[in-house]
Ligand binder design. Structure first.
Ligand code: BG6
Length: 482
């Protein structure tokens, strides 16, 4: 932070922010079929997060009647100028968003990109540049054209890779003069938690077992990522490409060696996709773990070379929480699942049960920098909370300020201790529907959006107290966290 190039800012994704459903030649993606499930109908967290084939079919049959929050987002498609102006007013140096695959290739099978889609993103990133904000572009933040999902079972099949590369090349060719920082895939490990969201696949459609199909889909993404990285560098040597990990810092429940060993394994599995992206090969422990679970990854010809030649320049993470791992089977869910909440008595949790742990962020930053020796970029952090306007009609989100103060403080300490951190981005900087629950009530923004879980509201933007606080933080380059 002491250096002037620190990238302060915020992040969203196209599916969670844009809306503009059916406009500008946009096709449909798999997230368009995720419905909002009200709390009283939720069975468990997994039930909302994971869309089964049956639920997908039922949702599809509802057509326009489906309450599908990702079709609405926060209406960024129509309000991007106003939104970017608000972010610039806060002093943002960097704005991260993603490109809608089905806005460029409505079914995924077209030969050439939809010019209207490309022109939308050119306007967005030109406006960012005009306002002095560096765009950070996630090429794919989950959303996958539904025709590709139906034909290939998403990322289960290697046949999706050429379609993805056609899309990625169109993005790099069409936007490369405006964008220098790229992330091929959001949270490359996410399919382990939610195969539908992260892998665009239905595990029950596959002949492979659950673990096999999940890790197979991650493998296909890793190959696609490496090919993309090599392409981006070949057309623009100054492009900077990053891995992106959904990081949840695991702690052993006790000093019982079984707890410690299990926590180590969770860590190895959380990190292996980034090991591949940073080092160019699968770490041995991931391969032995696949074997222990009775499968091997089916590999593509020449993949060793491909993975080796497509390594990244930086490691980016989302970080929201730590969690506690037990070595005893009955105390934990299957590996990598998000997340059996064993109570950590030393920290508090958010209203959504996520363990609030700034020290965990400092630990994570050290761990990643020690492991890879590459710059680390916190591209998502923030507090999901329900914001209620006070008597004066304003949002006094002091809880969010507290959360961010502590986490930015942790980043600052890590930097002082020697970690090379590129920047810090607040997730969902303008309220968006939550990814895991498809609900607007779980808000992360510094800017409030007047919309509810059913899409009712004016969508009017309003600055929260955290807006003015973050403005001060950025102006002081992180010195004034008061
Ligand atoms: C990350 C995702 O996992 O966490 C975002 O990249 C997501 O898309 C964010 O919104 C927060 O999670 P949630 O489920 O609270 O929205």
């Amino acid at each position: 932070m002491s250096e002037s190039g620190f990238l302060w800012g915020g992040a969203t994704s196209c599916a969670q922010s844009e809306g503009g459903f059916g406009e500008g030649g946009r096709g449909q993606c798999h997230l368009d079929f995720v419905d909002y499930v009200p709390p009283e109908r939720r069975i468990d967290r997994r039930g909302t997060f994971e869309v089964s084939l049956d639920r997908y079919r039922a949702n599809k049959s509802l057509g326009e009647r489906l309450n599908a929050p990702f079709r609405r987002g926060n209406d960024f498609f129509h309000r991007y100028k106003e939104d970017l102006a608000l972010l610039a007013e806060m002093g943002f140096k960097c704005f991260r968003t993603s490109i809608s695959w089905c806005r460029l290739f409505p079914t995924g099978f077209e030969e050439h990109p939809n010019p209207e889609g490309l022109s939308f993103y050119r306007r967005v990133f030109s406006e960012c540049r005009r306002l002095g904000m560096e765009p950070l572009v996630t090429i794919n933040h989950y959303d996958t054209p539904i025709e590709l999902v139906e034909r290939f079972n998403g990322w289960e099949s290697p046949e999706i890779i050429p379609h993805f590369l056609k899309f990625a090349r169109a993005v790099i060719d069409g936007l490369g003069d405006l964008v220098r920082y790229w992330i091929p895939f959001n949270e490359i490990n996410m399919a382990m938690c939610s195969p539908y969201m992260g892998g665009a696949l239905f595990v029950e459609r596959s002949e492979k077992g659950r673990a096999h199909v999940i890790h197979q889909s991650i493998y296909h993404k890793l190959v696609a990522s490496a090919l993309l990285v090599a392409y981006a560098r070949s057309v623009n040597p100054s492009a900077r490409l990053g891995a992106m990990l959904g990081r949840i810092e695991p702690y052993p429940l006790t000093c019982d060696p079984r707890d410690v060993a299990r926590s180590l394994l969770e860590d190895q599995l959380n990190l292996y996709p980034v090991d591949v992206m940073a080092r160019g090969f699968y770490p041995p422990r991931s391969i032995s773990y696949f074997k222990e679970n009775g499968f091997e990854i089916e590999r593509i010809e020449d993949d060793e070379r491909i993975l080796h030649e497509g390594t990244v320049d930086f490691i980016s993470i989302s970080y929201y929480m730590s969690y506690v791992v037990s070595g005893q089977d009955e105390k934990r869910e299957p590996i990598g699942d998000l997340v059996k909440n064993l109570k950590n008595p030393y920290i508090h949790s958010s209203d959504w049960g996520w363990g609030i742990d700034p020290e965990g962020l400092r630990i994570t930053l050290h761990r990643l920098y020690d492991r890879y020796g590459l710059p680390v970029f916190v591209v998502e952090n923030g507090l999901g909370a329900s914001d209620t306007p006070g008597d004066d009609g304003r949002i006094h989100d002091l809880y969010r300020i507290d959360y961010l103060r502590d986490h930015i403080g942790a980043v600052r300490r890590a930097i002082e201790e020697g970690v090379d951190v590129m920047g810090f981005l607040v997730w969902g900087c303008i309220d968006v529907p939550s990814a895991s629950l498809a609900e607007m009530s779980k808000r992360y923004g510094l800017v409030y959006v007047d919309a509810d879980d059913y899409g009712r509201g004016t969508y009017r933007r309003q600055r929260k107290d955290s807006f003015f606080w973050y403005q001060k933080v950025i102006a002081s380059n992180g010195e004034d966290l008061g």
